[in-house]
Design a protein around this ligand. Structure first.
Ligand SMILES: C[S@@+](CC[C@H](N)C(=O)[O-])C[C@H]1O[C@@H](n2cnc3c(N)ncnc32)[C@H](O)[C@@H]1O
Length: 292
């Protein structure tokens, strides 16, 4: 008997479905709490800053990958720069870096660092991609780390990204689901499995569908997952797990964290296994030939 033909996958549609399903789940939980996810990054900015500071104590696989091809005379655009860890790391290696992000609180931390290091070759654009693409300069190298996961219109994002660069395009993404999903914090708090977000393999497939054969480099890294104490851990997960003000949800999150965190020699709390593979996806600009 002949095997049935295997249906081809529309990777752009699959991407959209993944993003929409996860967003709807998060929106529904927030709506039940009488709020929206609009200020997600404003609420997470301070915790994310701590995460980035801890990450900064070890080599950054994304920067290492970019530096292999970056030239001192290059200009760089960092799309979704956040608190600016990659912008700051590249400021000393490139002629000029532009950081773009829609979140004023996230950019506030970057502005403080630019000021304190008296950098004159970094500027900041407050806006989202691709809407703010017209405000950004054309550059030699364009980069974006951990930004794509909630972007539903992936084609417009990637096309504008590819067109803005004259030479190279770099994306950095997770290979698995976020750590807090892997240890099932959402499930513990809300009683249902967290819907998955896209990973690097999904964007590689989307790029392929748009005519671009991207390169992938995987690097294992020690993820920063330590906290001053349980209250610090609670505040850092509160937003991604959408705990809100509810006592039951707060108690369940606290119990799940206490069960999984262990005390380190310096008294701080950490998750025991912090090794995680991260992916850098890169290609030569102008490779997206399909999708218009
Ligand atoms: C996980 S953080 C990553 C920040 C930084 N790239 C890093 O790796 O440290 C995601 C960032 O993407 C930003 N963001 C969300 N939607 C965006 C969009 N449409 N265009 C650009 N940035 C966006 C958020 O404001 C947030 O600062």
């Amino acid at each position: 008997m002949m095997t049935e033909a295997v249906e081809p996958i529309d990777h752009v549609q699959r991407w959209r479905d993944l993003v929409a399903a996860r967003r709807e789940q998060h929106d529904a939980v927030c709506a039940a709490q009488g709020r929206t996810t609009d200020d997600y990054w404003a609420r997470r900015a301070e915790g994310f800053r701590k995460f980035v500071q801890e990450a900064g104590r070890q080599a950054d696989p994304f920067i290492e990958c970019i530096l292999k091809q970056l030239r001192p005379e290059d200009t760089v655009l960092d799309v979704g720069a956040g608190t600016g860890r990659h912008t700051m790391a590249l400021a000393g290696e490139a002629r000029h870096v532009t950081a773009l992000d829609p979140s004023a609180p996230m950019l506030g931390f970057l502005r403080e660092d630019i000021e304190s290091r008296k950098l004159v070759n970094v500027d900041v654009i407050e806006g989202g991609w691709p809407d703010a693409a017209a405000d950004a300069p054309e550059v030699d190298v364009i980069i974006s780390a951990h930004v794509l996961y909630p972007i539903e219109d992936i084609v417009s994002f990637l096309q504008a990204f590819d067109r803005k660069s004259k030479r190279l395009c770099f994306l950095h993404l997770m290979t698995w689901q976020p750590w807090f999903d892997q240890i099932q914090l959402w499930e513990t708090v809300h009683g249902e499995a967290r819907r998955p977000q896209p990973t690097y393999i999904d964007v590689v497939n989307v790029l392929r569908q748009l005519g671009c054969f991207a390169n992938v480099e995987i690097a294992w890294t020690e993820m920063p997952r330590s906290f001053d104490d349980i209250d610090d851990a609670m505040s850092r997960f509160a937003e991604s797990i959408a705990v809100g003000e509810d006592e039951g949800r707060t108690t369940r999150l606290r119990a799940a964290l206490l069960e999984q965190l262990t005390q380190m020699d310096d008294g701080r709390l950490a998750f025991p296994d912090r090794r995680y593979p991260l992916a850098t996806v890169w290609w030569e600009a102008g490779a997206l030939t399909a999708g218009d």
